[in-house]
Design a protein around this ligand. Structure first.
Ligand SMILES: [Zn+2]
Length: 154
C-alpha cells in the first residue's frame, strides 16, 4: 500500500514544530518527501523533532541550578536595600556627604556619593586600601587611599 497522500507527523524546518504533513513521495515503503499542512513547505522527510545535542542538555541542567543562586542574590540585594533605606532615613540633613574618590581616605560611618552607584555608607574598613560601602543596590568593595604613580619629571 502506498504512503503517498497519507498524513504523517514530521518535523517542519520552517515552523520549527512537529506538524501534520502529507506524504508526496515514498521510497522503499518510507516517506521520502512531505508537505507541511501548516505552512505549505515541501521538504524531505526527516522524521520527528531532532534529538537534542549533549551540549543543549548540559545547558538546560545549568539553567536548573540558576534560580536558587538568583534567589539568594536577590535576597541579599533586598536586605542591603532595606539597610540602605534605613540609613538614608536616619541621615541628618547637615551630615556632610563626601564625593567618592579612590585617592581619598575614608572611615567607618562616612557618607559618600559615588558617580555611578549614588549615595553610599562606609560600613567596613577592609584594608588600608579597601572599604565596603553599602549602596542602594548592594554592598560593594571599593578602593581608597589609592597612591598615584609619581608624576613624571618635566
Ligand atoms: Zn511548516
Amino acid at each position: 500500500m502506498s504512503l503517498v497522500g497519507e498524513k504523517i507527523d514530521a518535523w517542519c524546518l520552517k515552523c520549527k514544530l512537529e506538524l501534520a504533513h502529507v506524504v508526496l513521495y515514498e521510497r522503499s515503503g518510507q516517506a521520502a518527501r512531505v508537505k507541511c499542512q501548516t505552512c505549505g513547505a515541501e521538504h524531505m522527510y526527516r522524521g520527528l523533532k531532532p534529538q537534542k545535542k549533549p551540549g543543549v542538555v548540559a545547558f538546560n541542567l545549568s539553567r536548573l541550578n540558576r534560580p536558587k543562586s538568583t534567589l539568594q542574590n536577590a535576597q541579599t540585594v533586598r536586605e542591603a536595600e532595606t539597610r540602605w533605606v534605613l540609613k538614608n532615613h536616619e541621615l541628618k540633613p547637615d551630615r556632610p556627604i563626601r564625593a567618592y574618590d579612590m585617592k581619598e581616605r575614608y572611615t567607618r560611618g562616612d557618607v559618600i556619593n559615588h558617580p555611578q552607584f549614588g549615595l553610599g555608607f562606609v560600613e567596613r574598613i577592609v584594608t588600608d586600601n579597601r572599604i565596603d560601602i553599602l549602596f542602594r543596590n548592594g554592598l560593594r568593595t571599593l578602593g581608597m587611599n589609592y597612591v598615584r604613580f609619581p608624576q613624571p619629571p618635566l
